[in-house]
Design a protein around this ligand. Structure first.
Ligand SMILES: [Zn+2]
Length: 78
């Protein structure tokens, strides 16, 4: 099973936090987090933000993360 690239972790992070990720993806996600400080920190940030606001404040994210997240949200609405 190939490791998830960081970009894909960012794409599925909202699904992960919503608990809508399949167990297979979830395992790959958590495996990646164990070996990647950047994504671990990102997940903690997202989780804390969701706890406080109940939503992801897109305009506080970096332009890269923003466009990646917007793509993910667009997919979710379909
Ligand atoms: Zn990563």
């Amino acid at each position: 099973m190939a490791d998830l690239p960081c970009r894909q972790v960012v794409e599925v992070i909202t699904s992960y936090l919503e608990g809508s990720l399949g167990w297979r993806e979830r395992r790959r996600f958590e495996k990646h987090l164990r070996g990647c400080d950047a994504c671990s920190r990102y997940l903690e940030q997202m989780r804390a933000t969701l706890d406080v606001l109940g939503t992801v404040p897109v305009d506080t994210l970096s332009p890269e993360a923003q466009s990646t997240l917007l793509e993910a949200f667009r997919d979710l609405r379909h």
